[in-house]
Write a protein that binds this ligand. Structure first.
Ligand SMILES: [Zn+2]
Length: 517
């Protein structure tokens, strides 16, 4: 009798203590749909959201009092480049402390090709974040054709298609292009369509760093949409922007065109990073023919060709509406780190080159002869940034990678994208509402990339979560001092485990490779 009574009293208590792995009380739930926040508790069990509501006296291994802070789905960064850097820093601290729990990588045409092996390797080292990948046009073209400046033969198309087919079978979420880059820039639309079809056959999405993001952007958007139409797949326009001073304001026309296509039944959306500088390589400043077959040094060694390259660069600069290369800053130059953080005119002066454009172009040639450099380019206008951000189907994405603390002078977007949107564009400027901003960081990219169990707070969804105070969250990374984590994402959970606890990174490595299913 005594034993039975004891069991009756003790067992329910034990059961209550073990109800959930994690219980968050007194939260404002921003569920990722864009709907208004509501008050509730949220419980996690076995890596999934087990319950949302008034959970009474339920017990859990860990209870967090949110004290009215926001609980939102972990952010899905629709556009990143983590190849080659996530292997070295697989916890991906800069992303976690900016609220990001999943990244889509393989963008701008550049990806891993053996995805299955790469995913296995990442899972073995232990990921902090979830990683999904596209398969990239430039990567498959380089594999099959090197950096040849010509159209692909039917045989080469077939080889590239089979690489894409394999990557899709190994879990890629779609096909990406980087049509301003070598060697994708040497392709025509027919080639891109033929290759996109290999990804469409598996239900992939087409993402494009377009051929042009300024003067010829309307033609570039039309090409991206036509690829999606002809291959039969949805389209995401990567890092939508107007990157030419001479056509600032043209985002109005670009968005009108995207909206027109949407009304006609084309599934096309965009992503954007909230900064006025782009970041890419130095080679993009040179005419693309000069970089073919990796023979830039040979071409610069020939005085007539060197002059021709310089001439085209001056013409391009005039078309951009830039008087000189003051907009261009070196981010990473391994042979001489003293140049990092300096503009091309500043480096020209350091090198003792003659003042003016000719000296600056000589400086660029010097850097190219030494193997090139990573750069940031101040090219965008805030009015365009805000207009593009207001468009309802623009997702927030960093275009960043996993950083190594203190190494180089990277674009601050790798550290601060989401905190910057929530701090600067939501709280300070009121460009977006809180719930709408969260939607663009969560359910919008989840929809586009087919992540069916992420991006929303719903029972049964993967427990990727962020907890923050919207009045406090802020980005700290700047162009001058990029290596600074965002503040305010107090708790971050990836697949149900806390990777950030009271603002501090934990030892948990609960990220996964997300293979398209
Ligand atoms: Zn890009």
């Amino acid at each position: 009798m005594t034993r039975i009574l004891l069991a009756a009293v003790v067992l329910p208590l034990l059961a209550a203590a073990a109800d959930y792995d994690l219980l968050i009380r007194n939260a404002r739930i921003v569920d990722g749909t864009g709907n208004a926040w509501y008050r509730a508790d949220l419980a996690v069990k076995g890596g999934r959201i087990a319950a949302i509501g008034h959970l009474g006296d339920a017990g859990a291994a860990r209870v967090i009092d949110a004290h009215e802070r926001v609980v939102a789905p972990g952010f899905i960064d629709a556009h990143t480049h983590v190849e080659g850097n996530v292997e070295r820093n697989p916890r991906a601290d800069n992303f976690l402390l900016d609220g990001v729990t999943t990244v889509i990588t393989g963008n701008c045409g550049s990806s891993e090709l053996n995805l299955s092996a790469w995913f296995d390797k990442l899972e073995k080292v232990g990921l902090g974040i979830n990683v999904a990948s596209l398969v990239g046009h430039n990567s498959v073209r380089r594999e099959v054709m090197g950096a040849a400046n010509r159209l692909a033969t039917p045989e080469e198309i077939r080889k590239m298609q089979s690489l894409i087919d394999r990557a899709m079978r190994e879990g890629a979420v779609g096909f990406s292009t980087g049509l301003e880059y070598i060697p994708g820039t040497y392709s025509n639309t027919a080639e891109v369509v033929a290759l996109a079809k290999a990804a469409a056959a598996h239900g992939g999405v087409y993402t494009s760093h377009m051929r042009d993001e300024g003067i010829r952007e309307i033609a570039a958007i039309t090409e991206a949409v036509n690829v999606g139409k002809e291959a039969g797949m949805p389209v995401e326009i990567s890092h939508l922007k107007i990157d030419r001073r001479s056509v600032w304001g043209a985002s109005e026309k670009s968005l009108e065109l995207i909206e027109k296509f949407r009304r006609e039944g084309v599934d096309v959306v965009a992503d954007q990073y909230p900064y006025d500088r782009a970041a890419t390589n130095l080679g993009i400043r040179l005419p693309s023919w000069a970089l073919a077959d990796g023979k830039i040094k040979e071409r610069l060694a020939d005085p007539a060709t060197r002059q021709k390259i310089a001439g085209e660069m001056k013409k391009n600069l005039a078309e951009m509406g830039e008087p000189d290369y003051n907009f261009a800053t070196v981010a990473r130059f391994a042979p001489d780190t003293a140049y990092e953080g300096k503009s091309i005119p500043e480096i020209s002066a350091m090198k003792g080159k003659p003042a003016g454009l000719d000296g600056q172009i000589e400086t660029i040639f010097d850097l190219m002869e030494a193997g090139g450099a990573s750069m940031t380019y101040r090219l965008m206008d805030e009015k365009d940034i805000e207009r593009i951000m207001r468009y309802p189907f623009t997702a927030i994405a960093s275009d960043g990678g996993v950083t190594a603390m203190g190494v180089g002078n990277p674009h601050p977007r790798s550290y601060g994208t989401n905190a910057r949107v929530l701090g600067e564009y939501v709280r300070v400027r009121g460009v977006l509402g809180l719930e709408d901003a969260i939607r663009r960081m969560t359910s919008l990219p989840a929809r586009t990339f087919g992540l069916k169990d992420r991006g929303l707070l719903r029972e049964g969804m993967a427990a990727d979560l962020v907890i923050f105070d919207p009045a406090q969250v802020e980005d700290k990374a700047t162009y001058a001092k990029p290596h600074q984590f965002s503040r305010g994402f107090d708790f971050v959970a990836v697949n149900g485990q806390l990777v950030v606890d009271e603002g501090k990174l934990t030892a948990a490595r609960s990220g996964r490779a997300l293979r398209r299913r």
